[in-house]
Design a protein around this ligand. Structure first.
Ligand SMILES: [Zn+2]
Length: 61
């Protein structure tokens, strides 16, 4: 399994050269915690992290 990283801009967890969501190459492989947001409109955590798309995110990058 390839090593996973978390985008420092949008917190998306991904593996590869750059973030599939925002295209940023700034990523941290020492991120802490992960959450899966399925309904960003109704999630308090999603609001706090400013997430508006469903997906897997790091809590802290
Ligand atoms: Zn990103």
């Amino acid at each position: 399994m390839p090593k996973q990283k978390a985008c420092k801009k949008c917190k998306t967890i991904f593996s590869g050269a750059k973030c599939p969501k925002c295209g940023s190459e700034e990523a941290s492989d020492a991120f802490k915690g992960r959450i899966f947001i399925t309904n960003p409109q109704e999630s308090e955590i999603a609001k706090k992290l400013k997430i508006n798309e469903k997906g897997e995110y790091a809590i802290k990058t």
